[in-house]
Structure formats: C-alpha cells, structure tokens
Design a protein around this ligand. Structure first.
Ligand code: SF4
Ligand code: SF4
Ligand code: SF4
Length: 291
C-alpha cells in the first residue's frame, strides 16, 4: 500500500514545528503579550499530559510550545485547544504574536498600557503573510525589558519631563533618580539636558514637590531590528508618537514591507537595500507631525 504523503506545510501553518525525532512535533501556541489566564494554562497542561511528554517549553518570545506531539495526534490536539480558545502560534512567512512587558498595568516604571497595545496590534496583523517574518515587541519604558530594538517593529513607552521652576526646592531627589546624568540642580533649580535624557520619567516619579511633570507621553518606534545569526539593532524613527501616529506608521511599514520586500527578505534587509530614506519617504507624512 502506498504511504500517505504528509503535508508538512499545512502542519507547520497550524503551528506544529517538526522535531529532530521522526514524526514528532512541537505544538506552538499563541500567547499575546505574555499573558495567559489560569483556565487556559490548565487546558495547556492537560494537553501536554495527553498529547505531549507532560511539560511545556516557554520560548524566548513568550510563546508556549508543547513538544513531543505525535503526527497522528496533531489534529486532535489542535482541535481540543482551539475549542478552549487557544490558537496555534505563527510560523513561516507570517506576522508573529506580539510580545510585551506588563507596562503600566503592573510595573511601577511602566509609561504605557503594553497589553492593550499588543492586543490591538495582534488583532489586526497576527498571521498576516509577509516576505519573511515580522516580529513586533511593545515595552513599557526605556528599560526595554522585551528588547524592542531587536524586533522588526519595536515600540517603547516614553515620557518627556517638564520642570516647573516655581515649585522646585533644589532637593536633588530627581538628580539622584536619573541614571543618565541628564538632570542637574544648579542654584537650587533642576535643569534637564535634553541630549542626555532618554525619556524614562524616573525624575518625575522621584520629585515630591510637583516640580516635574509629564509634558508628553508616547512611544518611541524602532524598525528593522532582529536577533539571530546576524543581529541588527532597529533604527529609531520617532519619539513620543501618539497612538494614532503609531498605528499609521505600523500600517505604512506593513504595506511597504509587503510591497517592496523580496521573497525571504527581512524588513531590516529591505531597508538596508533601499536605504532608510526610501522607507522614511513612505511614512513621511506621519514623521512631519509635530511632537
Ligand atoms: S520595560 Fe519598563 S515597564 Fe516594562 S517591565 Fe521593564 S521596567 Fe517595567
Ligand atoms: S526633585 Fe523636584 S523639587 Fe527636588 S530638585 Fe528635583 S525638581 Fe526640584
Ligand atoms: S526622564 Fe529619565 S533620563 Fe530624562 S531627566 Fe528624567 S530621569 Fe533623567
């Protein structure tokens, strides 16, 4: 009897990655912004016991994989988890699930709601076809815990501090809080060096006299970064973008990548090949908007 041909691309498109062991697959599950509720975690634990080897692997991009799923169990495992609201992860030439830190919902340094942003981005772009792959990260402040600079499209919460001289008593708490040496108290008044300031907001949190406030909160955007064999830092293209600007830039970037990218080319390579100006021209209207 002729052997049944395995449609490997169909299996991979459902998030099953072939293992080095024959007919074994690691089932990748979609996790947006690194959050999963307890019910879904239990369902995944059950699936790992039923179809895998009783454990899960958490990837460097916050995804969960259940290794050692047999070829004959692929469909059943997929369907069972799908029924519980757990989708397969993205693989191949597609947009990946958005990674994010806990942002201002949980982290005391957070400047933006990373979870909300990550879900909104994910809803629109997850699984969309692209020339190679598109990785997106959203991080809540310049500590950059989810490394936005290492992603094709990285978003980082930022805040521009403003001094209210009349309230300043020269206590230097802001100076001590600033790890960049960007704020100095001279003649009992705080002064910010905009060249050194990384827009982290630590000085605003430290001041107890309301002498520092947020002039503007927004997002810094990096494009064209990646990790891997040939790591590359993304290029910073805007600071303090508001949400509307951010989504316009993302949409234009996505359109540009799909239109101009060669098969198998990462966004960073496309930008290198055509030059950053060509890319910036595409999104120019947003970049000219005053911050
Ligand atoms: S990037 Fe900032 S907000 Fe996000 S977890 Fe790190 S310190 Fe907290
Ligand atoms: S912490 Fe506030 S009051 Fe103290 S020096 Fe800085 S700005 Fe002035
Ligand atoms: S925002 Fe951050 S880097 Fe800028 S002056 Fe304040 S503490 Fe320093």
């Amino acid at each position: 009897m002729a052997e049944k041909k395995i449609d490997m691309s169909s299996i991979k498109s459902k998030g099953f990655l072939p293992q080095r062991q024959e007919n074994m697959f690691s089932m990748r599950l979609k996790v947006v912004s690194g959050n999963l509720d307890a019910e879904k975690l239990r369902a995944i634990a059950d699936a790992a016991e039923k179809y895998g080897s009783g454990y899960v692997h958490i990837t460097s991009r916050q995804q969960i994989e259940v290794p050692f799923v047999k070829l004959e169990d692929v469909e059943a495992a997929r369907n069972e988890l799908e029924e519980k609201g757990i989708s397969g992860g993205s693989a191949g030439k597609k947009v990946r699930a958005v990674v994010a830190c806990q942002g201002n919902r949980v982290c005391r340094h957070g400047l933006i709601d990373c979870e909300n942003l990550a879900y909104t981005i994910d809803e629109k772009y997850f699984g969309e076809p692209v020339p190679k792959k598109l990785k997106i990260a959203v991080t809540g402040c310049p500590s950059a815990c989810v490394r936005p600079q290492d992603n094709d499209f990285g978003v980082m919460g930022t805040v521009k501090p403003e001094t209210l001289e009349e309230n300043c008593v020269g206590c230097k708490l802001c100076e001590k809080a600033c790890k960049m040496g960007a704020i100095k108290v001279l003649e009992e008044k705080a002064h910010i060096d905009a060249e050194k300031c990384i827009l982290c907001g630590a000085c605003i949190t430290a001041c107890r006299k309301d002498a520092l406030k947020a002039e503007k909160t927004g997002c810094t955007v990096f494009v064209g970064g990646r990790a891997g064999r040939q790591p590359k830092q993304g290029v910073k293209i805007i600071e303090l973008a508001d949400e509307e600007q951010l989504f316009s830039i993302l949409e234009k970037t996505f359109e540009y990548y799909r239109r101009e990218g060669l098969d198998g080319e990462r966004l960073g390579d496309l930008i290198d090949r055509q030059g950053i100006e060509k890319y910036l021209d595409t999104i120019r209207c947003m970049l000219y908007t005053e911050n």
